[in-house]
Ligand binder design. Structure first.
Ligand code: FAD
Length: 396
């Protein structure tokens, strides 16, 4: 196993680290106050090519693999403790990848160059008011129309609703195409944002102040057959390739955010005195720190391995879909849980200041908490790990 990054990956990582420190970090307070990601940050991320870094080179992107996208995700996680910019980054890149892989030539030619330039965004619309984890129970549907398909239904708790409404783009959307067939009657479509056909209801979030979140109803929204991703009724299988990419990125973002919080906590511990000496000298805090450092370093390695396995499986070189699902689930479960713990500890080390709205760990705690639910809950991660360890027959 080779743990070295290529020269290009090193350079990309350094560039994004610097970008995060000089362009993102100084604008976080402004983003929180205005509750939106500054347009300038979006523009600069687009100029760096990282908003659509998974777009193939022939459509103007970098054609980055999951591992390389993960390295950048970690840096974006470090830079924005609220997790708002990381969400834009991860959702856009993971779900654009799925379009690049399964989209028709017509759809890709139309959409991908705009995503590569940061002019359009791509989201995921799976969850509905009455279902989240249980994909087979969804009711939103796509029916055959004269010129393709007619989409109708309702999707809830969807990230990037305002960003997509403002910039343009749309959603990889999970829809029923055969209501009698459960998960074998699900297909994936690219549903463009169409103002007249989509009624958005914003939802206020616990954290992620710069992000946008909401539900939308859609009816009579017509798309051509070129918007179908992969084969009809095969969406259940395909959508998991997108979820897994997104989960791997979430794991790396969580590790990046946690390491930054640990650094903040260490700095504070070394400066703050109690009972005559720096609090960093107390073993009670040192042991917490050691636990967090060890857990995040482990989760980071597991996450990098998961993304590396994902790439090999996608190229058809090694590993089955199930092996990848398990490793990705381990990565998302450990990284999000341990990152939350580490951030919570770093907040604690900073005493009362840690609980104030001024402290980045207060922002991070609420932001990173979302990742125990988004793109597959903590319990679903455990179910995957258990299923792939015990065998399918033990999960029911
Ligand atoms: C910040 C945020 C952003 C999101 N963005 C998007 C988005 O962009 N697009 C999108 O489609 N969705 C999005 N979601 C929704 C997310 O994917 C769902 O919250 C998640 O899949 C869980 O679904 P649910 O909320 O309906 O919970 P449910 O599936 O109803 O589950 C409720 C609880 O029961 C647990 N549970 C369910 N089944 C089992 C079981 N068999 N065994 C044990 N426990 C179980 C769950 O883990 C959860 O804790 C987002 C959610 C959040 C919080």
């Amino acid at each position: 196993m080779d743990f070295n990054l290529t020269q290009e990956q090193e350079l990309l990582k350094e560039t994004v680290r610097k970008f995060g420190e000089t362009e993102i970090a100084p604008r976080i307070r402004d983003m929180i106050a205005k509750r939106r990601i500054p347009d300038e940050i979006k523009r600069k991320m687009a100029n760096l090519g990282i908003l659509g870094m998974t777009v193939p080179e022939e459509y103007g992107g970098m054609g980055a693999d999951a591992f390389t996208t993960g390295i950048v995700a970690e840096e974006i996680g470090r830079a924005d403790p609220t997790a708002s910019i990381p969400v834009l980054f991860l959702v856009n890149n993971a779900w654009t990848y799925l379009i690049s892989k399964y989209g028709t030539a017509e759809l890709k030619e139309d959409l991908l160059p705009k995503v590569a330039k940061g002019k359009n965004f791509v989201g995921i619309a799976s969850t509905e008011p009455n279902y989240g984890s249980d994909l087979g129970s969804m009711t939103s549907k796509a029916e055959r129309g004269k010129n393709g398909f007619i989409l109708s239904g309702e999707k809830s708790f969807i990230s990037l609703v305002r960003d997509i409404a403002e910039a343009g783009g749309g959603y990889v959307t999970v829809l029923k195409t055969d209501s009698a067939k459960g998960t074998n009657g699900i297909s994936l479509f690219f549903m463009p944002y169409v103002k007249e056909k989509m009624e958005i209801t914003p939802i206020e979030e616990m954290g992620r102040e710069g992000s946008s979140w909401g539900s939308f109803k859609f009816s009579g929204l017509e798309v051509g057959s070129e918007n179908l991703l992969g084969e009809l009724n095969k969406g259940f299988k395909i959508v998991h390739e997108g979820f897994e990419f997104a989960r791997g990125l979430i794991a790396m973002i969580s590790c990046g955010a946690a390491n930054k919080s640990i650094e903040n906590g260490v700095e504070y511990m070394k400066a703050r005195k109690a009972f005559g000496k720096e609090i960093a000298r107390y073993q009670g805090l040192q042991f917490d720190l050691a636990n967090d450092v060890a857990k995040i370093e482990s989760a980071r390695n597991v996450s990098l391995k998961a993304l590396w396995m994902y790439d090999l499986e996608q190229k058809g070189l090694k590993y089955s879909r199930f092996e990848v699902s398990k490793q990705i689930a381990i990565a998302k479960y450990t990284a999000t849980t341990w990152a939350f713990d580490a951030i919570n500890d770093a907040l604690q080390w900073q005493g009362a200041y840690g609980y104030s709205k001024d402290c980045p760990e207060e922002w991070a705690l609420r932001g990173i908490r979302s990742f125990m639910l988004a793109e597959g809950s903590r319990e679903i991660m455990k179910m995957i790990i258990a299923r792939e360890t015990l065998g399918k027959e033990y999960i029911k």
